[in-house]
Design a protein around this ligand. Structure first.
Ligand SMILES: [Zn+2]
Length: 286
C-alpha cells in the first residue's frame, strides 16, 4: 500500500534540522507523496527548497491565521513570488481561527504567537480573502485551517467567486450538518491521527457521512499526535516533547481504516485517486 500525506509541515524545526532524513524515513514506511505547507514568510524558502530537492513533495505556500501578526508590508507580493516559482504549488496553510482568540497570553506565547497576541478575526479574514483571491486567479488548490470559525469561513466561501480547484479542510473538526454545503462549495476533507483518540469518536462518525470521493488522510506533522498504539515512529522535538512524524502516516491510516470500517487497501487506493485529482499530481510509479 502507498499512502499520501495531504497535509504536513516537514519544514518545521521541531522535526529537526535534517528533513531529508525524515522524508526518507517516510518513503521507506510507505508514504508516496506529501503536501508540505508553509505558514509564514520565514518558512516559505525552506518549503521551496524541499520541493526543489524531492519529487515526492508538493509545496503549499500560505500565511497561517496564527502568523498573520508577523506579516511584513510586502507579504502578499512575496507569496506571489513563491507561487510564480512553483507552478504546481497549492495555497496553504491559510484559514481562520477563533479558538486562539480565547487562549491566555502564556498559552499564545507557548504556541509561538508573538507578544502582540493573535490577529483579531477581521484581520484574519482580510489575509484569507487575499489568499483565496490568489488561488482563484491562478487556479490553485487551497489547504484550509478552521477552528471555531465556521460561521465566518462559510461567509467568506459563500460570498465570493467559486474556487476553481476547491479546497481541503485539513483535520476536519466541523459538524455533520455543514458537510453538504461544504461539499457543494468544493471541499475535500482530511483526517489526522488525532481522530484516533477515543474522545474524538464523534469526528470519525462525521467523517463517515462525507462522500468518499472527498476523503484524504494526513499527519499534520509535527502536530496532531495519534494515541501511542498508532505511532510507528516515535520522535522527540525540542525539550524532549513528543512530535508527530510523517513516517507515522501508514500506521495512522490503518488505524483510521479500522475505525471507519473500510479495508486499508481500499482506503489507500481511494485517497490516492482523490489526491491525484485534487492536487493535480499525475500518476507516478505505476
Ligand atoms: Zn497544519
Amino acid at each position: 500500500m502507498r499512502w499520501h500525506d495531504a497535509h504536513n509541515h516537514l519544514q518545521d524545526p521541531r522535526l529537526g534540522d535534517a528533513p531529508a532524513t525524515r522524508l526518507a524515513q517516510a518513503l521507506s514506511a510507505g508514504v508516496a507523496g506529501m503536501v508540505v505547507n508553509g505558514t509564514c514568510e520565514t518558512d516559505w524558502p525552506t518549503v521551496l527548497h524541499l520541493a526543489e530537492r524531492f519529487a515526492e513533495v508538493i509545496p503549499a505556500f500560505g500565511l497561517h491565521p496564527w502568523r498573520v501578526p508577523t506579516r511584513s508590508a510586502c507579504w502578499l507580493e512575496t507569496l506571489e513570488g513563491f507561487l510564480d516559482r512553483c507552478p504546481g504549488a497549492g495555497v496553504g496553510e491559510v484559514g481562520l481561527d477563533g479558538w486562539i482568540l480565547d487562549q491566555s497570553a502564556e498559552r499564545c506565547l507557548e504556541l509561538g504567537i508573538g507578544p502582540s497576541g493573535p490577529a483579531p478575526m477581521p484581520m484574519q479574514v482580510e489575509a484569507l480573502d487575499a489568499q483565496l483571491d490568489l488561488a482563484a486567479t491562478r487556479g490553485l488548490p487551497v489547504s484550509l485551517h478552521c477552528l471555531r470559525a465556521w460561521g465566518p469561513l462559510l461567509d467568506r466561501l459563500r460570498n465570493r467567486a467559486p474556487l476553481p480547484r476547491g479546497f481541503l479542510l485539513h483535520s476536519y473538526g466541523g459538524s455533520r450538518e455543514l458537510v453538504p454545503e461544504l461539499v457543494r462549495l468544493g471541499a475535500h476533507f482530511s483526517l489526522s491521527g488525532h481522530s484516533l483518540h477515543p474522545r474524538k469518536a464523534d469526528q470519525l462518525a462525521v467523517f463517515r457521512a462525507i462522500p468518499r470521493d472527498r476523503w484524504l488522510v494526513e499527519t499534520d506533522a509535527p502536530d496532531q499526535l495519534p494515541p501511542p498504539e498508532w505511532i510507528s515512529h516515535p520522535a522527540n522535538g525540542p525539550g524532549g516533547r513528543p512530535v508527530n512524524s510523517p513516517a507515522n502516516l501508514p500506521r495512522i491510516a490503518i488505524g483510521l481504516a479500522t475505525h471507519l470500517g473500510v479495508p486499508a487497501a481500499d482506503l489507500a487506493a481511494l485517497c490516492e485517486a482523490n489526491w491525484r485529482r485534487f492536487f493535480g499530481r499525475p500518476a507516478s510509479g505505476t
